[in-house]
Design a binder for this molecule. Sequence first.
Ligand code: GLC
Length: 510
Amino acid sequence: MSALPWWKTAVVYQIYPRSFADANGDGVGEIEGVRQHLDHLSWLGVDAIWLSPIFRSPMRDFGYDVADYCDIDPVFGTLADVDALIADAHGRGIRVLLDWVPAHTSSDHPWFVESRSSRLSPKRDWYVWRDPDSDGTVPNNWQRPWPRGGAAWTFDEATGQYWLHSFLPDQPDLNWENPDVVRAMHETLRFWLDRGVDGFRADVVHNIGKDPALKDAPAAAAHVPHCALNHDPRTIDHLRGIRSLLDAYPGERMMVGEVFLMDTSKIPPYYADGEGLHLAFNFPPMFLPWKSESWRGCLEQVQAEFDAIDAWPTWVLSNHDWPRHRTRLGNEPRARAAAMLLLTVRGTPFLYMGEELGLEDAVVPPERAVDPGGRDGCRAPMPWTTSRGHGWPDPAWLPFPPKAGARSVEAEREDPGSMLHLYRRLLQLRRESSALRGGALALLDDVPPGVLAYRRTTPDDERLVAINFEEHEVATASLTGLVEMSTDGRGEGAPFVGRLGADQAVVLRP
Ligand code: GLC
């Protein structure tokens, strides 16, 4: 197998910096906390980290509302802290991706303050301003996702026009139709590339290109937030420009785009035949029922639509926006099987901090809720120790997930049967197996209902993965091999017995 670029074989680990580790004891995690815990990430065996936004921000959307793309919010530290993190991570062979938010800024960004100041402002056109509709109301029917839906427009009394905000009113959409905006945003990428970052996760990147006609959403989709509908060819052109910029740097800099569209077939175009995104998140699988036929259909679709145009798929089960998969799936055996699936299918897997501990969402009482989008539960702090506070001051900015002591890094490192050790072993297995890292995937037909099985192959390596989605034992006589790994540890090192236990998944080698 010819050498694949690093981003095709890497396992990327998402860090939500507020909740990863707190080095200065203020109850909120920061960059220095990440640096001090690189040991955990090296031990686990991840290849790259992606930090959710660390730029200056009034934090109305916890950093996804940027007021300065080229400085660090004091909550998270300083530019020197990022330099130190990049240097130390690179010293351990871990790449660093930053979260770049190109579709909107904060309303506190000097660009928007200037834009809002007057219709004649030289930056007026950096954002999307429109006159009221003929009946005096919002220019179109676009909705925002939160708080609780509502129009994606807010009226500015002083200048008599509405501004577009696909998210909160405090997050005005940038107008990428204006070449000055494109230039300014390219500069922000260069700033970080020059500082040595390996690439970016681009926030809602499918939302940068828009048809200036801003037509109404079709009636049937009028209730869907516009940020989940926008799909415009102008975005692909912008991505081509960004790709050339990245490619001009040495060292395989990359971009993974958040393309939040609920139709897998719409994702591959964002790769633009190798001239657009290097990788795009494919979110529909995150919302699939835990059923073998659903996952089989999903793998078939990805094979048909991604492989056909040589677009390398990504896989993700959890992130900072949705309930964790341990919570969604309802029990640990299933979460273990899901981890084996995530880390053995063809494509680049993204882990969300704490999933390696099997964390569930925290139950956040209303008086401690802080996120306007109701996403606090999956953003709860990482428990590091078994002791009170789990490595955080009391109280940390959000409450801990359930069973934080037993699911802390300290406790799970001590227990070879823990979820943490399962993830570590899976990552090690991927590193050692070229078939799992980059091989072809062939779904097996001769398996009973409720079981998903696939073979991963390169010319000189092969693995077979079988996952039982049922809560009872299933006979799988057609599958043979040596059990290399099993999600419940049973049978490892011995020939496969032809039966999968309830919720069990295995990796077999010939
Ligand atoms: C993305 C982020 C989410 C944020 C939104 C607006 O979906 O993942 O956290 O609120 O974009 O930037």
